[in-house]
Design a protein around this ligand. Structure first.
Ligand SMILES: NC(=O)c1ccc[n+]([C@@H]2O[C@H](COP(=O)([O-])OP(=O)(O)OC[C@H]3O[C@@H](n4cnc5c(N)ncnc54)[C@H](O)[C@@H]3O)[C@@H](O)[C@H]2O)c1
Length: 349
């Protein structure tokens, strides 16, 4: 039985990866110290998700470790020597990072280095899959000419009709402190691939979503928006007339791609992993979709100030992923993503 080591295993992506690989016969070692509750308070608490994993996955073994702790990370990788490493533990919020820059960098950049070096010493041939972010492109996507449509912005440049490709520059733009710590990790993951020949990849995520997100205002846009709709809480729209566009991918489609990569790994790869244009929506369009499902009016307030470094329009060009891994495609459309989150939230309220 092969073993996978998943960091951030109680989070949205980590927990989905545990479930997916378990279904495919893997033994699972998870690492998570519930740091999300420290970052975001009780609403970010992921213990419910960990309990779910422990009750549903027979081969799941949990390790309450902090990825910032170098010795602990070296020790666990030495002990487990996993056949695959999926690294999803992170400080994930763009906005929060500026208030906790040491914690943000120590988690996102140093934590990633700890894992990479542990992998190089004890399992250098094991695929190392890192969750990066589209924030590595900083606010450079905002320099693409756009057009205003009734409910959303869209690119007005034929070069980006399929979305943002991996060749887009990550340099000389405003990233936010979070985006910069993710750049450090992303480049280091690529370097361990190029320099040491390890099978690493960076997945530059758009909006990753699904029912298992402990969504909060500062992270987990759809999950939080839907919770606001169901509970009647006011949702704050920050700038860009509420027409800013995000591409949304269900966590199961993320895990499916990771599985494909683990089966046929490549060295130092980078992919833009989002829902692509077909799974994209603006905030206004998201309001409409959720209102149709719940028949509840979304309560919102407009703040005429965009978040620093926020994208006006972003959707991923998925062509490189599909070319390298033809078995992979998006299988969960946006409507189904909404339905799944609404159902999950309703059952928890
Ligand atoms: N969700 C998104 O929309 C999105 C978009 C782009 C990129 N990403 C990236 O994908 C990855 C996973 O995101 P997610 O939405 O699943 O986040 P999440 O917050 O749901 O999960 C991350 C998990 O990591 C754990 N963690 C954090 N710091 C830790 C530490 N120091 N030691 C051990 N565990 C720690 C948290 O407790 C949490 O359970 C992150 O790298 C994030 O930056 C997410």
């Amino acid at each position: 039985m092969k073993t996978i080591l998943v960091t951030g295993s109680a989070g949205l992506i980590g927990s989905e990866v545990c479930t997916y690989f378990h279904t495919h016969g893997f033994k699972i070692h998870g690492i998570d110290n519930n740091q999300r509750a420290v970052f975001f308070g009780p609403r970010g608490d992921t213990r419910w998700n960990l309990e779910r994993l422990q009750s549903q996955l027979r081969s799941y073994k949990h390790n309450t470790l902090n990825i910032q702790n170098r010795t602990d990370i070296l020790d666990i990788v030495k002990e487990v020597r996993p056949e695959v490493i999926v690294h999803t533990a992170a400080q994930p919020s763009h906005d929060l990072a500026a208030t906790i820059p040491f914690d943000d960098f120590d988690t996102n950049a140093v934590g990633t280095l700890n894992l990479l070096e542990a992998a190089r010493r004890y399992c250098p041939d094991s695929p190392f899959i890192h969750m990066s972010s589209n924030k590595v492109y900083g606010d450079l996507p905002n320099t693409i000419q756009i057009k205003e449509l009734p409910t959303r912005w869209d690119y007005n440049n034929p070069s980006y009709v399929n979305g943002i490709p991996e060749s887009f520059s990550i340099d000389q733009s405003k990233h936010s402190i979070f985006g910069a710590s993710k750049v450090a990790a992303d480049v280091m993951v690529q370097e361990y691939g190029r320099y040491f020949g390890m099978p690493t990849c960076c997945l530059r995520g758009g909006c990753l979503t699904g029912p298992n997100h402990s969504g909060v205002e500062l992270h987990g846009f759809l999950s939080y928006l839907i919770e606001c709709n169901l509970t009647g809480r006011e949702y704050k729209v920050f700038g860009y007339k509420g027409k800013q566009v995000r591409d949304n991918i269900h966590s199961e489609d993320v895990a499916r791609f990771m599985f494909e990569f683990a089966q046929k790994p490549r060295v130092a790869e980078v992919y833009n992993l989002g829902g692509g244009k077909t799974n994209s929506c603006s905030i206004h369009e998201a309001f409409d979709m959720v209102e149709q499902l719940t028949v509840k009016k979304q309560v919102s307030v407009y703040v005429d100030q965009p978040r620093i470094g926020d994208h006006i329009c972003y959707y991923s060009d998925l062509r490189k992923m599909k070319a390298h891994y033809p078995n992979w495609d998006i299988t969960i459309p946006l409507s189904q993503i909404f339905e799944g989150i609404v159902r999950a939230k309703q059952s928890m309220l």
